[in-house]
Design a protein around this ligand. Structure first.
Ligand code: FAD
Length: 382
């Protein structure tokens, strides 16, 4: 094992590998530790939807800039990440949701996003299989440049490019401790050896809480189990991701034809429980076929669990705090860390290499909870 590195990254998900690439391409000597295999965390369980329609300015900015990076990523990394712009159609069910949607769209347009409010008749122009009455929609918002990419291909493309730029990735290597001196990171200890460094990035997803504890920092994140399913392959029927904040459902059709989607279940609990439930399958089937009755006789092939790393305001925790110098936060994505990863990795790398602070990093710092600078992200699935 290497004895020293400029930066050590904990976690081999899309953010850990994206950070490794962004830093290594800027000549930093980078080490990544992943205790299992790359994508073994939330990244390998996710729906991998890419949405720019948010209620908070920070998330919208991060997502818009991420899409710009996603669009060039296959070429830049030299591997196809299967990016598709099918759009996101967000159902609006009542007047309260309509008011919030109008507010969101105004803010999103002010940042240059192309997004429209559709009336019920226009919903079927985008997704013909939807039963607009059955889903109780009075309208929808639609952004055609939202979409989807393959989370495995994206993460491995980042990892391979990082290695080509000189990064070292150790899989099956668990970080068990972080040493500090005078509130400065000095060493990362694993079950296979230790690496001296002055900078460590906590990109350990839903386990970031444990990594922060190693340097005495408490983070407010909670792990929430989510379930997601995939159906058999079908003829191509629609391209958009359909989503409802009220019903909690989201689903889209992949380019190979299968439908991937999820929904929260009533007995959803905080904690690291991986067991999939029958009630998820029942609830998902009921709501999905209410939205799209044509899917009634389709076979669900597989369903699995993963965790959202949820913060009190459903926004990520990024950057360094004064408590420990050289300890960088990159977690708390609250179910949206794939789509934000390209810009998050760039901003954190610019901060580490150039000491460049940005408004977004400042606003999403852990200190916001202490300073009561909390703005809740409203556009989340329960
Ligand atoms: C069901 C589901 C659907 C989702 N859908 C979407 C979506 O449509 N769009 C979207 O943007 N996001 C979605 N997400 C969220 C998204 O998956 C995550 O936010 C994102 O993948 C987080 O990536 P990450 O690299 O930060 O963390 P992770 O992918 O969780 O990676 C963290 C890694 O750290 C490793 N690790 C932990 N502790 C240690 C240690 N001590 N030592 C070494 N390694 C360690 C873990 O093994 C893990 O591989 C979804 C999540 C789930 C569960």
């Amino acid at each position: 094992m290497k004895s020293r590195a400029d930066v050590v990254i904990v976690g081999g998900g899309v953010n850990g590998c994206g950070l490794a690439y962004n830093l290594a391409k800027r000549d930093m000597d980078v080490v990544v530790f992943e205790r299992d295999y790359l994508t073994s965390g939330a990244t390998g369980a996710c729906g991998a939807g890419i949405r720019q329609q948010w209620s908070t300015r920070d998330n919208t900015l991060l997502a818009i800039d991420s899409v710009k990076i996603f669009e060039k990523l296959s070429k830049e990394l030299g591997e196809d990440i299967d990016l598709r712009h099918g759009g996101y159609l967000i159902a609006i069910h009542d007047d309260k949701e309509m008011q919030q949607a109008e507010k969101n769209v105004e803010m999103q347009r002010s940042l240059g996003l192309k997004v429209d409010i559709l009336n019920p008749q226009e919903i079927n122009d985008v997704v013909p299989i939807l039963d607009v009455k059955g889903m109780n929609a009075i309208g929808a918002t639609f952004c055609p440049t939202d979409g989807h990419a393959n989370p495995f291909k994206t993460t491995f493309a980042y990892a391979n490019a990082a290695k080509r730029c000189g990064a070292t990735i150790y899989t099956h290597t668990e970080v068990v401790g972080i040493k500090t001196q005078k509130k400065q990171v000095t060493e990362v200890v694993t079950n296979k050896g230790a690496v001296k460094t002055n900078i460590v990035i906590n990109a350990a997803g839903v386990w970031s809480k444990d990594i922060a504890k190693m340097v005495g920092i408490k983070v407010p994140n909670v792990p929430i189990r989510k379930e997601i399913m995939v159906t058999e392959r079908l003829e191509p029927m629609f391209e958009a991701m359909v989503i409802s904040f009220k019903d909690g459902i989201y689903f889209s059709q992949q380019k190979e034809g299968q439908i991937i989607g999820g929904i929260p279940i009533p007995e959803q609990k905080v904690g690291y429980k991986t067991m999939p439930t029958v009630s998820f399958m029942q609830h998902m089937a009921r709501v999905l076929t209410r939205y799209a009755p044509v899917l009634k006789h389709v076979n669900m092939l597989r369903h699995w669990t993963g965790f959202y790393d949820v913060t009190p305001d459903a926004r990520p925790i990024l950057g360094e705090t004064k408590d420990v110098k050289g300890f960088i936060h990159c977690h708390g994505f609250s179910g949206h860390g794939f789509m934000l990863s390209p810009m998050v990795c760039k901003l954190l790398s610019d901060f580490i290499v150039d000491d460049k602070k940005s408004e977004v990093l400042e606003s999403l710092s852990l200190d916001r909870f202490k300073d009561k600078r909390i703005e809740h992200e409203m556009s989340v699935v329960g």
